[in-house]
Structures are given as structure tokens and as C-alpha cells.
Design a protein around this ligand. Structure first.
Ligand SMILES: C[S@@+](CC[C@H](N)C(=O)[O-])C[C@H]1O[C@@H](n2cnc3c(N)ncnc32)[C@H](O)[C@@H]1O
Length: 461
């Protein structure tokens, strides 16, 4: 998968929008804002703020490594504690070995994001996880690798079939031209589209370096072995299953990977015949209309947006948790012709090693760009006072409440000395006039229950 001029020609600077980027030695370069975008394991790292995003993924890697080390120690501790049946010993030993091996694999695979410079402690990373969506870590979609490249043939075939059907039934047919896949994950659908449909070129984008670095290896024809950690193991051997991941054949030419944020796309306007969004529109933070405008901007006149996956918007704003009908109406309000749609119930993440297997009724649509919509403003994930650090931190009401709560929590923590009871602590809280003794006792109990549960749950993959 060489990086070459056909990819460069389609790029725009994710920071200042200048088109195209150029390539110099080991990085991409924007001559307008003078930003260097590194190659990470050969994959262009096209984030608006390449250094900050690299630092952030490095932090997340470091955090994962620390968590896995912690988990390994915990398993070892339980193994030594005695009082275990032979079967429990066998299972814990297997989990411990798998955890250690997974930790080593992670370190090797993610060597390109360079963790050597990191030396922060586990506790400070717990406190500092921010910036990227808080619910998206390196392992968030890790199981997708196993589905895409090991046991997920039924789902993978059903997924491709939806795209093939909806494309064949809409203007343009199965010829996809220049195709951009956003939120590509472990890449199987992008690979299948490129290998089995008529694309001139395919660019697959995601912000998760673990998924793309492994997918790159697999699509080159390598067969990495990685542990799967099923959520509901079927049997004692299924708590950690070593799997070989492989592609049916190496990917053909004109397939490119890009690491970047789909909300700040690094591509010039009006260059794509097809944009594909698999399982993406309902998990991103951007409101659906605005994201539709962003896709409209990327498409050529008459180009198609093909969407596939779930429709489970969970915005904190209830009005934005759109139904199928509202979402389809919004497409027409944002520059698209009435879309062709298809619904099918397909298997979702049915690992043979897990007792859980979901069926999902997926919506697939193909919407043709009917008019040019004004490009939406650049997406800003966080306000300036967080990003630049040069503006005063506003005293928001929620911060005020948090500050008070934190003070009380700190006070409770400082009272834990291995001797005091909850009743002793409630008395001290009362003396400090933070709460009455009657209020304090259940509040301290709730807080300690949460702390206890968190401690029990820590470090699960
Ligand atoms: C639900 S998964 C779907 C993965 C893949 N498309 C599939 O069908 O299996 C969503 C994917 O979008 C990626 N993603 C989420 N937000 C993103 C963003 N702002 N920029 C780039 N990738 C993003 C995640 O890393 C993840 O791989």
C-alpha cells in the first residue's frame, strides 16, 4: 500500500484547508500553515494538531500498558493467594499469560507511536484521560479485528451484500469511483468494497492507530496472532483465545489508509464519487445535519453517500436522537436526493468463543448529492481555553458543584486510616459542618460503595 501522488492529490490540510499537501522525506507538509504531518508506521497522520493527537494516543497507549500490567499483577496475586481449585488455577494462569502476551504485542504494534518518552504514573493517566472522546480508547473496537479477519465471515458477507445491493439500485450502480470510507475500524468492509466492487481508489480513515496498524499488516498479507478476550466466554479456554488474523489475499493497488479525525477531514472538497460511513453516524458527537453537510462537501456533484449500520443516536440532546424517518428527511434538507434504502437483520459480533451474539436490523442508504451545500464550519471538539491553554478557565456551574463534591470526597478519603468506621467519619463530617451526621452516613456509604466497585472492576479489557 504505497503512499503516492494519487492520495496526495486528494488531500487538504486538516488545519487550514489548503489543498493539496505535499510530501517531504518522512512526512506530509502544508506549505500554507507550515505544519508537518508525520507518517506513523507508514500511514499518514493527518490530524489538525498532529503533535497533540500523537501525544494523546501515546498517553492512551501508556495507560493501556499500565492497566494490563496492573491486571497481570492482580491475576498473579490471586494465583498466589491459594485456596483455588485446579480449574480456577488453570484459568487464571492462562489469563495471566494471555494478558502479558497481549501487553507485549501492543507495545510492539504501537512502537511507531513511540512510547519511550512517556514516564507518567498510572494514577496521573487515570486523572488525565481527556480530549479524544472519553469513551474511545485503543481497545474500544478491538474485537472488530477478530470479527473482520478471523471468525466474522457471515457478518462480513452480509455487510458487503447490503452495500452491493443499495449501490446497484441507485444512480451510478456498482461503479464507485474514488471512494472514501470514514470510521473504517479494522478495515474489512473497506477492503471488501475495494476488492469486490468497482472502485478506482479507496481511502480508509480512522483515528485509532491500533486498528489501522494491524489492518495494514493483514492487508499486506501478514498473519499476526492476537488474543481475543470474549465478553461472555463459552468455556474455560475461551477467556483468552489466540487467533491468527488474515486477509483472503493481499489488498490490490490504490488502497490507502489515513489516520485522522473524520470530523476534520483532510481531503479537498468535491473529489469523491462515493463516501461510505459504516456504523459511524450515530456514534460521533457531531449532529447529523452538520455531518451530512460535511459529506456533501466531500462529494463530487452527483456523487453518492452510502451509509450502513445501526441507527442508535444517543446525543445528550433528546431532539437529536433521530428516528429513521427524521434522518432520511434531514438528508434531503442537506443537499441530497431522496435516498434508496434497504433494511436487513444480520448477525453482529458473533464470536464462536462467546455466549453473546447480537442480531441487528441495519439501515443501508445510498443518497446522491443533488446540490452543493455551503461547507459547515470547522469542527471544534473542545473550546479554546482547553486547547490553547491561553484563555481563562470559565467558572461553570457544573465546575463549582464538582469542586464542592471533590472537596467532600477528598475529605472522606483523608479520613480512611484503616481504623475509622463509616459512623466515625460521619461524625467528623458533621463537626466540619459539611453535612449533618444523618446526611453524611448514607453519602459516605454510597461514595465508598462506588470506590469499592471501581476497584473491583479496574483493568478489564
Ligand atoms: C462502531 S465502529 C465501526 C467500525 C467499522 N466501520 C465497522 O463497520 O466495523 C466506529 C469506528 O469509527 C472510528 N471513529 C469514531 N469517531 C471517529 C472520528 N472522529 N474520527 C475517525 N474515526 C472515528 C472508531 O475508531 C471506530 O473504528
Amino acid at each position: 500500500m504505497p503512499t503516492d501522488s494519487e492520495l496526495l492529490n486528494l488531500t487538504a490540510c486538516p488545519r487550514c484547508d489548503k489543498t493539496p499537501l505535499s510530501k517531504q522525506d518522512q512526512h506530509y507538509y502544508c506549505s500554507a500553515c507550515k505544519t508537518e504531518f508525520p507518517l506513523v508506521g507508514g500511514i499518514p497522520w493527518l490530524f489538525a494538531d498532529p503533535e497533540a493527537s500523537l501525544g494523546e494516543w501515546r498517553n492512551r497507549l501508556h495507560f493501556e500498558l499500565q492497566s494490563l500490567a496492573h491486571e497481570g499483577q492482580r491475576l498473579e496475586g490471586e494465583l498466589k493467594s491459594g485456596n483455588l481449585s485446579a480449574l480456577s488455577k488453570k484459568r487464571l494462569l492462562h489469563q495471566k499469560e494471555a494478558t502479558d502476551s497481549h501487553r507485549n504485542s501492543l507495545r510492539q504494534i504501537l512502537a511507531p507511536i513511540d512510547i519511550q518518552s512517556m514516564s507518567a504514573s498510572y494514577e496521573s493517566y487515570l486523572a488525565l484521560r481527556t480530549r479524544l472522546p472519553a469513551d474511545q480508547g485503543l481497545h474500544t473496537y478491538y474485537a472488530n479485528l477478530h470479527r473482520d479477519w478471523c471468525w466474522g465471515d457471515d457478518e462480513n458477507e452480509a455487510s458487503l451484500l447490503q452495500i452491493q445491493k443499495v449501490a446497484a439500485e441507485s444512480n451510478g450502480g456498482s461503479s464507485l469511483g474514488n471512494t472514501l470510507v470514514l470510521g473504517t475500524g479494522a478495515c474489512r468492509l473497506a477492503y471488501d468494497i475495494h476488492m469486490q466492487m468497482e472502485t478506482d481508489l479507496t481511502i480508509a480513515v480512522d483515528f485509532n492507530p491500533l486498528l489501522l496498524l494491524i489492518a495494514q499488516e493483514i492487508m499486506r498479507g501478514e498473519k499476526p496472532e492476537l488474543f481475543e478476550f470474549p465478553i461472555a466466554p463459552r468455556s474455560i479456554d475461551d477467556f483468552a483465545v489466540l487467533r491468527e488474523l488474515s486477509a483472503p489475499s493481499p489488498v490490490r493497488d490504490n488502497f490507502h489508509l489515513v489516520l485522522g479525525d473524520v470530523l476534520r477531514p483532510s481531503f479537498a472538497a468535491g473529489q469523491f464519487d462515493t463516501v461510505v460511513t459504516p456504523w459511524l453516524i450515530d456514534i460521533i458527537s457531531e449532529e447529523f445535519s452538520v455531518f451530512s453537510q460535511r459529506i456533501n462537501t466531500l462529494l463530487k456533484p452527483g456523487g453518492r453517500w452510502i451509509n450502513f449500520g445501526s441507527l442508535a443516536f444517543d446525543s445528550p440532546t433528546r431532539a437529536r436522537r433521530y428516528s429513521r424517518e427524521e434522518a432520511l428527511e434531514l438528508l434531503e434538507e442537506n443537499g441530497f436526493a431522496k435516498p434508496n434504502t434497504l433494511e436487513a437483520t444480520i448477525p453482529y459480533m458473533c464470536s464462536p468463543a462467546s455466549r453473546q451474539c447480537r442480531m441487528e436490523t441495519v439501515l443501508t442508504f445510498a443518497a446522491t448529492k443533488a446540490e452543493n451545500i455551503k461547507a459547515p464550519a470547522r469542527h471544534t471538539a473542545l473550546p479554546n481555553w482547553i486547547v490553547t491553554g491561553k484563555e481563562p478557565v470559565p467558572l461553570l456551574d457544573s465546575f463549582r458543584t464538582q469542586a464542592m463534591t471533590t472537596q467532600i470526597y477528598m475529605f472522606i478519603m483523608s479520613m480512611i486510616d484503616g481504623k475509622r468506621t463509616i459512623q466515625d467519619m460521619a461524625k467528623l463530617v458533621d463537626e466540619q459542618k459539611l453535612m449533618t451526621r444523618k446526611e453524611a452516613e448514607p453519602a459516605i456509604r454510597n461514595f465508598l460503595t462506588k470506590m469499592y466497585d471501581d476497584a473491583e472492576r479496574q483493568s478489564n479489557l
